[in-house]
Write a protein that binds this ligand. Sequence first.
Ligand code: GSH
Length: 206
Amino acid sequence: MKLYWSSTSPFVRKVVVSAHELGLSDRLETIQTRVAPSKPDPALLPYNPLGQLPTLVLDDGTVLYDSLVIIEYLDHLAGGAKLIPSSPERRIEELRLHALCNGFLDLLVQWRIESLKDTKQIALINAFNLKASKIWTNLEATVEGLAQQPFGLSSITLAIVAEYADFRFPKLGWREKYPALSNWHQSIQTRPSLASTRFFDSSKPQ
Ligand SMILES: N[C@@H](CCC(=O)N[C@@H](CS)C(=O)NCC(=O)O)C(=O)O
């Protein structure tokens, strides 16, 4: 399977961490790809008209996106219901919490793009700040329950929220404000799936 990949994409990382957790990482061949909303990669567009990462091309040529669909596919490949529960009640709750964490990743990615512009939209930055504080507060209240659950889709996505915030927003200071989240992240951050897939910026010297 070929995975269109970047070392800085939180959505790609969800897929790579999931593959590790499922024992499938050896099956992924990564194709380093650079994309931005203003710079689609012409080599990727024939596979994914959205021009987005992650995109997975299966050995029979089937193309899968986005990150949730790819993870659902990998979960089935590994036998099913390992990262996303099958019972309707637990599945819906897992998907809801995933939607919150994944929406937060969307927000953080948009926030970073806006923050790199010469002329920033202040109303947008204010809205990002407001929503981020509401989301952190919600997650801080949720994380205790999550610690009792298997390390599945929503835990993976939350771990990546924490690490993406550290990677791209080091001055945010979220760990002091949200100690339960920070403690939870400390307790899981040595998992091999996370430790072996950290974000790095390949445009800068390591
Ligand atoms: N909903 C998508 C989001 C994917 C996404 O936004 N990927 C970014 C990279 S972090 C991207 O490809 N951006 C380029 C673009 O949107 O054109 C998913 O979960 O996979």
